[in-house]
Design a protein around this ligand. Structure first.
Ligand code: COA
Length: 165
């Protein structure tokens, strides 16, 4: 591993982002609909991840029901993927949710999003449901990922009150 890369990971900083700092170009990698992003971003708490002052990841957290917080968007810059940043952002999200007394943290992803499904379960989310045909009905273009047609939304959640350890 390059020394420069190791130093960059060690100096990773997480900061609350205000409206003028929202990285829409990055959020669009997780959700290709700007209209959809605009529907939740105003009511969201947004955390950015910085390496040497360069934004390299984002997670948006949206209250969806009483005591329930939704990870509405998570994205890491291409050059930084697969190095643990997604996991670090989710840990920040869990910490924020606990500190602010949310009881449940939720996230949704596509049936074809294998890396995401793996990552979310590794940090402790459990699969709680499926919304059939969600992506067909919501997005005009057919989405193919990992050679799988992305049709259904897989819903996952984490109980922040009851410890399962
Ligand atoms: N199959 C199974 N597991 C895989 C995998 C695969 N093909 N590829 C990676 N993983 C695992 C890794 O093993 C890793 O776990 P580990 O650290 O225990 O080894 C984990 O998934 C990836 O973790 P991490 O490196 O922290 O994730 P990341 O920094 O790459 O960020 C995303 C993950 C999803 C945020 C990032 O890939 C991204 O921005 N994707 C585009 C936007 C997106 O899809 N957002 C989510 C929409 S639901």
């Amino acid at each position: 591993m390059r020394l420069g890369y190791i130093l960059a990971m060690l100096s990773m900083e997480f900061r609350h982002l205000s409206e003028h700092q929202y990285p829409f170009f990055l959020m669009l990698e997780a959700d290709p609909s700007l209209e959809n992003i605009n529907s939740y971003i105003e009511s969201s708490y947004v955390i950015g991840c910085f390496s040497q002052n360069k934004l390299c990841g984002v997670v948006t957290l949206t209250p969806s029901r009483p005591k329930v917080l939704e990870v509405s968007n998570i994205a890491v810059e291409k050059d930084f993927r697969g190095k643990g940043l997604g996991k670090m952002l989710l840990k920040e999200a869990i910490e924020y949710a606990k500190k602010n007394n949310f009881h449940l943290l939720e996230i949704g992803t596509g049936n074809s999003s294998l890396t995401q499904l793996s990552l979310y379960q590794k940090v402790g989310f459990r699969i709680t449901g499926i919304i059939p045909n969600y992506f067909i009905e919501k997005y005009p273009d057919k989405i193919i990922e990992n050679e799988i047609w992305c049709r259904d939304m897989v819903r996952l959640s984490m109980d922040l009150v009851k410890s399962e350890e």
